[in-house]
Design a protein around this ligand. Structure first.
Ligand SMILES: [Zn+2]
Length: 154
């Protein structure tokens, strides 16, 4: 097996040149026989080069995918570090933005399910009626209802 496509190409070029010379020389049957054998080798080499090139393309594509994933993970890690899990009501948890940050972002909550999926989804108040206040995650549509008089631990 050839180490890389470049060396395989060099081999094919040499063989092609030799084959061309051999075809012009009609003086020696042994040379003609060798030229015919080399034709087969060239076909095999071309096939091997195609396989290597296809594998190389697959690896480059996979490498690009992995680089994208690493970048996404790094981006999420930077986002996730800005939030802490809090209990906003008895057994109801959200991720809240850390207050020690020097950002202009208002205080808000993230949906825990979406957070675990590495998605930043800010929980929104949907409605307030007599029986309570409803909040919803705009991403996963999870609803949260809080009883009247509840002000949260925001
Ligand atoms: Zn959600």
């Amino acid at each position: 097996m050839y180490a890389d496509i470049a060396s395989a190409l060099t081999a094919v070029k040499s063989l092609s040149e030799f084959l061309s010379l051999a075809a012009k020389s009609k003086t020696d049957a042994a040379v003609a026989q060798k030229a015919a054998e080399l034709s087969v080798v060239i076909v095999d080499l071309t096939s091997a080069m195609s396989a290597v090139q296809a594998k190389n393309n697959d690896l480059l594509s996979r490498n690009h995918e992995l680089e994208q994933k690493i970048m996404e993970m790094d981006n999420w890690k930077a986002t996730a570090e800005k939030y802490s899990l809090i209990e906003v009501s008895l057994d109801v948890f959200f991720y809240a933005n850390n207050k020690d940050q020097s950002t202009a972002e208002p205080s808000h909550w993230l949906c825990t399910k979406c957070y675990e999926d590495h998605k930043k989804s800010i929980v929104q108040r949907e409605s307030s009626i007599a029986s309570g206040t409803f909040y919803v995650c705009p991403n996963c549509k999870q609803e949260f209802r809080f009883s009247p008089g509840w002000f949260g631990n925001k």
